[in-house]
Write a protein that binds this ligand. Structure first.
Ligand SMILES: O=C(O)CCC(=O)C(=O)O
Length: 258
């Protein structure tokens, strides 16, 4: 499975410009790419106090946009997340669309970030992420700060996820946490961690890039640095089976103790 991740410089507060950027990025991709990954809150960036006006109401604009793009490009889209308004609530919602243009999964970010006062502007998700299946592979996604809570990634691994996507607008000041936590989540769950961050700034926030992919044994398959760009990788699921056979952690789990 060939994957391209967009380490995007999201334009704060400009959903239409960001949609245009994404279409242009899709156009730049090789035909052989099967699946594309976008970052967190790519429609609005962190213009939290303006989300009431900026968030996509019931996904009415962005979901059809991504559905059309998925069909046009014949690619699956792990659509990062968007600011999604429904009634009086605004969620940070992950959107997954397959290459036929079908919306196959959503997940609302469960852990809101206290350092950004996210709970003043967003409603937290109340359900854990669900597994989705693309090309016969079980996958799951979490969003940014969720990464600090290993239970969430573990719950996906226990439901047989082979790939966990982490989409983010992770700050440059804590990029060492980003790399270390992603690597730990890969090793402890023996999954591919496919992690897409942004670059650039939004008001006082500077985002740190380092979009990367870890193999299920924690080997870094590929990484970007601090510039906007595309990371492409190919996932080898046979190697994952070998890693799981050589260190069979799931057979050693002590669910009677924890
Ligand atoms: O956990 C962190 O250090 C950053 C989290 C974050 O910025 C986010 O979830 O948007």
């Amino acid at each position: 499975m060939k994957i391209a991740l967009y380490q995007m410089h999201v334009i704060p507060g400009k959903p239409e410009e960001n949609m245009k950027k994404i279409s242009e990025w899709f156009n730049s991709l090789d035909e052989e790419i099967d699946l594309v990954v976008l970052p967190e809150m790519w429609n609005t960036s962190y213009r939290l106090s303006d989300l009431n006006e900026l968030a996509d109401e019931d996904g009415q604009v962005i979901i059809p946009f991504l559905q059309e793009e998925a069909k046009r490009m014949n690619k699956h889209i792990v659509g990062g997340s968007i600011a999604y308004k429904t009634g009086n609530d605004i969620y940070n919602r992950a959107i997954i669309i397959n290459n036929k243009g079908v919306l196959i999964n959503t997940y609302d970010k469960a852990h809101l970030v206290p350092m950004l006062n996210e709970h003043h502007y967003l409603t937290s998700g109340e359900k854990k992420p669900r597994i989705f299946n693309i090309d016969d592979i079980e996958m799951g996604t979490i969003i940014c700060y969720d990464l600090r809570f290993p239970e969430l990634a573990r719950s996906l691994a226990l439901e047989d996820a082979k790939v966990i996507f982490v989409t983010a607008q992770w700050p440059a000041s804590r990029i060492d946490h980003w790399q270390s936590l992603l690597k730990a989540r890969a090793i402890e769950n023996q999954v591919f961690i496919v992690a897409c961050n942004t670059v650039g700034t939004c008001d006082n926030n500077e985002f740190g890039g380092h979009t990367l992919v870890y193999a299920p044994d924690g080997t870094l398959i590929n990484s970007l640095y601090e510039d906007e760009g595309t990371l492409t990788v190919e996932l080898d699921f046979e190697t994952q089976e070998q890693i799981r056979e050589s260190i069979p952690i799931f057979n050693s789990l002590r669910t009677d103790l924890y």
